[in-house]
Design a protein around this ligand. Sequence first.
Ligand SMILES: C[C@H](O)[C@H](O)[C@H]1CNC2=NC(N)=NC(=O)C2=N1
Length: 96
Amino acid sequence: MSKIGADAAIKALKGWKIAEGERDAITKAYRFADFKAAFAFMSATALKAEQMDHHPEWFNVYNKVDVILTTHDADGVTQKDLELAGFMDQLAARLG
Ligand SMILES: C[C@H](O)[C@H](O)[C@H]1CNC2=NC(N)=NC(=O)C2=N1
């Protein structure tokens, strides 16, 4: 999986930013109605991540889920991160 980079990735997505720090990574802060919706989002994403063998870094407090995506093997953002980001965005839109 070759690196596309955070800059190119955020241009192809909505609401994602370049993550702060040394690594080439993208980040998004999702907000849901409540913990139930946030956890449903995390549960469905977890199943997708297992299928893809590509896992998010995330931090959850109640209705908030802060996500960071990058690909260790490629030392930066790849198509896999774009695919997982797109999946999460569609899911979040459905969960409201
Ligand atoms: C050993 C395992 O297959 C690797 O660590 C996989 C798992 N999930 C992963 N997830 C992410 N986000 N990046 C990776 O490079 C990655 N690699």
